[in-house]
Design a protein around this ligand. Sequence first.
Ligand SMILES: [Zn+2]
Length: 345
Amino acid sequence: MQLPREVIIGDGTLDEIGPLYERLGLSGPALVVTGPKTYHIAGREVCSRISDLGVEAKHVIVEKPTVEEVQRVEEKARELGACAIVGVGGGSKIDVAKLAASEFGIPMISIPTAASHDGISSPFASIKGLNRPYSVKAQTPLAVLVDMDIIVDSPARLMASGCGDVIAKFTAVKDWRLAHVKNNEYYGDYAASLALMSAKLMVRNARRIGSGSREGLRALMEALISCGVAMSIAGSSRPCSGSEHLFSHALDVIRPGGALHGEQCGVGTIMMAKLHGLNWRKIRAVLATVGAPVDAGGISATPEQVVEALVMAPSIRPGRYTILNEVRLDERKALELARSTGVLN
Ligand SMILES: [Zn+2]
């Protein structure tokens, strides 16, 4: 079980990267992996704070979460003789930093600039070009540093997407439990409870999150970090990724880049919740409250694409037993499910 050694969340905490770097016992060069926008928001500041320690700090701008970018970052880390990689940005920058650090065999520090998905603190990374649409195991960040001053200024759409990724835990845990009962898979009560608790915390704070309040966003950020920790404890993405994620991954295969990960997972959760006999209306209402999409139009998918994704979902990751292995949706049943939950009308 690999867990982050330090998690800092607070207002104006970006300044703490220097002392944190020292506390973690890092004394060599740092490679800061960031995006074109997030460099100006936080990446530049992180570089200069680490330089203030008398340690060399260089940055590399990453555009997309691809295998090529991971290799490029790894190459930069080698050239620099980096002793740590600091990921500063949204989900994809963190993912590239995490996998490159893992491949190069050095620690990674995660500094998210938005509350958009649960990869902030998890040991997994979603990278394109690895011949599978779901995340791969990398390593758990050594530390997570969240500056709420930056998070409150991030786009509302990213925050709503983060809510979709958290609400997915209701169906993910149900699927995990089902796999345990029907398929004799390992099931960890503690990891499952932690993921569920995070989803409940988000639901309780839905109004505050929807209004963009600092307290609400902090609760969302804590929920996302706890989900990542749940995955570290479980040693797999099981507590956080079930049939609703398979639906999202299938959509990415059918129609890449159409909507954000958490947005698609949220819509998937509405439908999978119905299959599990959960209160899907409440899930839909919570997503609406935080401003996340609740139907096909909201995730820019055509009715045909939604149906195709539902039918394809179980084959995306055959080893992952979910409710879709029990229900076996054909086109007719898929259409019925999407219609009955308001995903299609
Ligand atoms: Zn996810």
